[in-house]
Design a protein around this ligand. Structure first.
Ligand SMILES: [Zn+2]
Length: 110
């Protein structure tokens, strides 16, 4: 597999399944792309005094901002993307969850 095909990204669910199935039962390499959104159609989550994420008792919704890999902060100790982070919008402050998606599949030896 060439570097160019390693860089290609499945565009549909069927293409995603085909891309991952070609490595079924074998080790493979992939990139992880992170994303998160601050949902304006649902009550936001906030961090309480114990550090837990709870539904905002005021019922305030999220601000609608979307975040991608470059926006999601890393754990300063491990360097890993944080599973939860505070919405960077200064007028929001919701507790957001980040989600990782595998993409750009390739052979493990590459
Ligand atoms: Zn927000």
């Amino acid at each position: 597999m060439t570097t160019a095909s390693r860089k290609s990204k499945p565009k549909t669910p069927a293409a995603y399944i085909k891309a991952i199935n070609q490595y079924a039962g074998r080790e493979f390499a992939a990139d992880i792309e992170w994303s998160s959104s601050c949902n304006p159609n649902a009550t936001r989550y906030i961090t309480n005094e114990n550090g837990a994420s709870i539904e905002d008792p005021t019922g305030a919704p999220g601000c609608g901002n979307r975040y991608y890999s470059r926006d999601i902060p890393r754990d300063p100790t491990t360097g890993a993307k944080l599973e939860r982070f505070i919405c960077p919008n200064p007028n929001c402050g919701a507790s957001l969850r980040s989600f990782g998606n595998l993409t750009r599949f390739g052979p493990a030896s590459e």
